[in-house]
Design a protein around this ligand. Structure first.
Ligand code: HOC
Length: 402
């Protein structure tokens, strides 16, 4: 039974009923046993809030800045691939909803709408100057074996107004998502990886499957039923092997920084050691992320990894963000209380998109925004700067029982 959504959980519930299994499983799966996928959400429930009282919360203001750009709220949109699987308007719908809410959207390299068309859709929305903030678009970059192609993509996104490059560094190979292998995940033939379309060729799933055949030399029969019997890896995993450079290292981050004036954000940091290296490589931002539990299963939940990353870069002028498991206004408050500058959401945006396109994404953003404002007020915070480390504590067991 579909619900009238009043929470992100309701949007997810509805998506589970309405979406076709190929797309639903692709979006909802984590890698292997999906331990990290579950833990991302559960870890938030292990934190407790410490509210302050009697602090005049008649007005709550969530505006903040991200690398100097004013936005209406620290609630932002993570990059998720192939959004037209959820709704035909895909990334355009997400961009419009992000622009309306004056929130930051990161577009995936593997979008089904090009970087140019996506930001153009966002720019169609007239900016309301009576409320604070401006729309903000960042571009998520995978570094291809073909460095010339990588560079040309950077030039394209610089030209049309993306304000930062978010380099995903946790995907030298694709994590093993069992459902995609079983379902023989496919992108419908009328959709393509729009950023890699040329006049001569489109990156469609049929082409990906063909490339896979070339790589592995396995005679794959493209008819799904037969493919199901012989294939051990998803076509996406094989595509990543063919295109993405697993030799990527910190020198490449310095190389990218040397060819662009856009600030670099390293996405996929989970340790203090790597946070320090990210700063040394010139990153201006760190996105604490485990790729929504889709890469290395068993890694820390992002909210558990956040404190060590923050400690490692304290005072070094780097902004630290988090994605993974954020589903409630109180989760946003907890992440900010620990020290995150902003949080990013992936799957809930897709559930909104599946629910009702642009209006569904707006609904997802709005539901979380309202929950966050209420959580701030109930915790005694009127503005983002009021939220601090003293608003959160670990552990739930009363000392008397220890
Ligand atoms: C064509 C390759 O971030 C995911 C995405 C990566 C998509 C790979 C697409 O599935 O986690």
């Amino acid at each position: 039974q579909r619900l009238v959504p009043i929470s992100l959980a309701d949007l997810e519930h509805n998506a589970h009923i309405t979406m076709d299994l190929n797309a639903l499983d692709y979006y909802r799966s984590g890698a292997n046993d999906m331990q990290t996928l579950r833990d991302n959400q559960e870890a938030f429930t292990r934190l407790r809030l410490r509210p302050r009282i009697l602090r005049d919360v008649s007005k709550v203001d969530t505006q903040t800045t991200l690398l100097g750009h004013p936005v209406a709220s620290p609630i932002c949109i993570s990059p998720t691939a192939m959004q037209r699987l959820a709704n035909d308007e895909g990334e355009k719908a997400t961009a419009r909803a992000a622009a309306k809410a004056k929130k930051c959207m990161i577009l995936s390299s593997w979008s089904t709408t090009s970087a140019e068309d996506t930001i153009a859709a966002g720019k169609e929305i007239p900016v309301q100057h009576d409320t604070p903030g401006l729309p903000l678009f960042w571009f998520q970059l995978y570094v291809y074996k073909d460095r010339a192609m990588t560079e040309s993509l950077i030039r394209r996104v610089e030209k049309v107004g993306y304000k930062a490059l978010v380099i995903t560094v946790d995907t030298p190979f694709l994590g093993r998502r069992l459902a995609d292998v079983r379902n023989v995940f496919t992108l419908p033939s009328h959709m393509s990886m729009a950023n890699f379309e040329t006049k001569e060729s489109k990156v469609t799933m049929a082409n990906i499957l063909k490339q896979e055949e070339d790589i592995s030399n396995i005679n794959i029969n493209e008819k799904a039923a037969e493919v199901k019997v012989v294939r051990q890896e998803s076509s996406l995993a094989a595509y990543v092997v063919s295109q993405i450079d697993p030799s990527l290292n910190w020198k490449d981050i310095e190389w990218i920084q040397s060819i662009t004036k856009l600030p670099i954000i390293v996405k996929g940091v989970l340790t203090a050691e790597d946070a320090e290296l990210a700063v040394k490589s010139g990153a201006k931002g760190i996105l604490v992320s485990n790729h929504g539990g889709r890469q290395l299963d068993g890694v820390l939940a992002t909210i558990d990894a956040l404190p060590e990353v923050l400690d490692a870069v304290k005072g070094k002028g780097v902004e630290v963000y988090l994605d993974g498991g954020v589903r409630k206004g109180t989760d946003v408050l907890k992440a900010l209380a620990l020290g995150a500058r902003a949080v990013f959401l992936g799957r809930p945006i897709l559930w909104g998109l599946a629910h009702d396109g642009e209006a569904g994404v707006s609904l997802a953003l709005d539901l979380l925004q309202k929950e966050f404002e209420l959580a701030m007020a109930l915790a005694g915070c009127c503005k983002i700067a009021d939220i601090n480390r003293a608003h959160v504590q670990h552990g739930t067991t009363p000392t008397s029982r220890l």
